[in-house]
Design a protein around this ligand. Structure first.
Ligand code: G6P
Ligand code: ZN
Length: 582
């Protein structure tokens, strides 16, 4: 037994530690400043009720990005000094964000203990490495991100902090090997439990999906599959689930070795950054000859997903709508029905149409997964999703990249029950086109202007807020740009009152709503680490099934022109084109 002491280290506030949409994300060099991480961690401990710290069990792990190992060792020592009793660490410090959520909710320790929270070390889809991003966020007892009431408190604490507690003489724990390290401090025992990072998550997935049915699909000679983890933590789960459990070939896994710099790539599963998968699926300028039937990718911490068919992209907004429309018959977990569905405001209204048709409760929430958590805890929502490549359900309180893939494979397995072993398959593209024929299509695109001057971005938003109050003026401008679009019927700044706890979230994006159901939405990203990112979301609804097969960029061209003109995008930002189009 090692006996450790507690040191109180004097510190002073460091500016800019306000947690964003999903925790604190900054460049590694910022995190490496003396006391930077420590101030934030202590401010978090101080924001929690004492029982969530003293004697508690905390999970500490992440996507394995550069600086994770050092951060984990610091947090272990600070947890010990603050009276935490057990720290659970996924082997190698790796746990996907959805797996953390599952571990908080499901894992029982060797002594019957349960976790009450987690520090997740990730900057999600942002690149990693010495010159790139690191991040930290706190999740609560329900497995979901801390609500604003807590993150506001954390931020307040960072502004007045004057000391933090750390047990400096605890030796670094070997997090590469499974096992328990027991230590003794002034307040009794403290242990670090390094555990298998996949087994709790795999067990949960097996309780939700029909693995046998998916295995039949994945091993069928007329089906082929490809999964790209973009060198993120999803790789730690992909091999276990897709290959070992479900029988996919090992060659169907791309970039599935987690790396601290994600192989130098940008671990964001979209058409721009998941280049290798996109080519393999027969899309883009380097399209492969004979693409697989199904492809998917994840982001760094494996909560996002991109779904592709052979030479076919499924928009995230369509994906959640299609999963919701097919969940009850294809996924055992939902066989008794859906409690409700929800999407974030900028996500297309495809899900709304499904909800209406199936008579389901429906919610539109601000961007950020935490808003779904409240609905789920109250039993009001089963399936939800966001345009930002996030899809999930109430099995946990985070979006879940691998869950989304298993959901799609379940739908494919169900629709192809009679076709496996040979014959013509119902493809991903067929499923999407059939969905459009039944429900109409929401043409959709998102333009991102990354790392724009923060002042300019604010000015653009302020201009749009002001403009929005004068609809006549808006319509005059719109008609001056294009006669091919409908009238703007309404414009506002989205505001949300949580139906569960009554909390109000303001300034959640500016919406221009057109008479024909088209929408333009402008928002500032809450996840960047430098400058500002302006997101422009463009959507148009087409009910006529003879017109749902157009190229999305063609169908949306007039609205795009209107959006750029109306917002004076180039004038404010100096940018003639977005950095990413999804
Ligand atoms: C994270 C959150 C998502 C959210 C996304 C938006 O991934 O977990 O819930 O949709 O960020 O990011 P943005 O950069 O648009 O604020
Ligand atoms: Zn993520």
């Amino acid at each position: 037994m090692v006996l450790f002491k507690i040191t109180r280290v004097q510190t002073s506030p460091i500016e800019g530690q306000k947690p964003g949409t999903s925790g604190l994300r900054k460049k590694v060099r910022v995190f490496k400043q003396p006391h930077y991480l420590e101030n934030f961690v202590q401010s978090t401990f101080n924001a929690l009720t004492a029982t969530k710290v003293r004697g508690a069990t905390l999970v500490v792990s992440g996507d394995g990005r550069y600086y994770s190992e050092q951060a984990i060792q610091i947090i272990i020592k600070m947890a010990a000094a603050n009276g935490v009793k057990r720290v659970w660490v996924g082997q190698h410090g790796l746990l996907s964000t959805p797996a953390v959520s599952a571990v908080i909710r499901e894992r029982v320790g060797h002594d019957g203990s349960k976790a009450t929270g987690a520090f997740i070390l990730t900057a999600s889809h942002n690149p990693g490495g010495p010159t790139e991003d690191f991040g930290i966020k706190y999740n609560m007892e329900n497995g979901g991100p801390a609500p604003e009431s807590i993150t506001d408190k954390i931020f307040e604490n960072t502004k007045s902090i004057n000391e933090y507690l750390i047990a400096e003489d605890i030796p670094n724990v070997d997090i590469s090997a499974i096992g328990i390290t027991s230590l003794e401090g002034p307040e009794g025992s403290f242990e670090v439990d390094v555990f298998d990072n996949a087994s709790d998550y795999v067990k949960l997935m097996k309780s939700i999906f029909d693995f046998q049915a998916i295995q039949k699909l994945l091993t069928s000679p007329n089906f082929s599959f490809c999964y790209d983890a973009l060198h993120g933590v999803a790789g730690a789960y992909a091999n276990r689930i897709f290959v070992q459990e479900l029988g996919a070939k090992e060659s169907s896994l791309l970039n599935c070795t987690p790396k601290e710099d994600f192989g130098g790539g940008h671990p964001d599963p979209n058409l721009t950054y998941a280049k290798e998968l996109v080519a393999r699926m027969g899309l883009g300028s380097h399209a492969a000859e004979d693409p697989p039937e199904f492809g998917a990718a994840a982001d760094g911490d494996a909560d996002r997903n991109m779904i592709l068919g052979k030479r076919f992209f499924v928009t995230p907004s369509d994906s959640v709508a299609i999963i919701a429309a097919n969940a009850v018959e294809s996924i055992p977990y939902f066989s008794t029905g859906l409690k409700g569905v929800a999407r974030s405001m900028p996500t297309s209204a495809a899900l709304d149409v499904v909800a209406k048709n199936l008579n389901l409760k429906f919610f539109e929430v601000p961007t950020g997964w935490k808003f779904f958590g409240n609905l789920m805890d109250a039993g009001m929502c089963s399936v939800c999703g966001e345009e930002s490549f996030g899809t999930g359900s109430d099995h946990i309180r985070e979006k879940d990249g691998i869950w989304a893939v298993l959901a799609w494979l379940s739908i494919l397995a169900y629709k192809n029950k009679e076709n496996l072993g040979g014959g013509k398959l119902v493809t991903v593209e067929d499923i999407v086109r059939q969905h459009w024929a039944a429900y109409g299509r929401h043409y959709y695109t998102r333009y991102d202007y990354e790392n724009v001057d923060a002042g300019a971005a604010k000015e653009l938003m302020a201009y749009l807020v002001k403009l929005q109050s004068n609809l006549d003026e808006v319509n005059k401008i719109v008609k001056g740009i294009s006669s091919d679009v409908a009238n703007v019927a309404n414009a506002d700044e989205f505001e949300y009152t949580d139906p569960v706890d009554g909390s109000v979230s303001k300034h959640q994006g500016i919406r221009y709503l057109f008479e024909d159901g088209s929408r333009l939405v402008f928002r500032l990203s809450g996840t960047g680490s430098e400058g500002a990112t302006i997101r422009l979301y463009i959507e148009q609804y087409e009910k006529d099934s003879s017109k749902t097969g157009r190229e999305s960029q063609d169908a949306l061209a007039p609205l795009v022109k209107v959006a750029l003109g109306l917002s004076k995008m180039q004038e404010f930002t100096g940018r003639s084109a977005p950095t990413v189009i999804t």
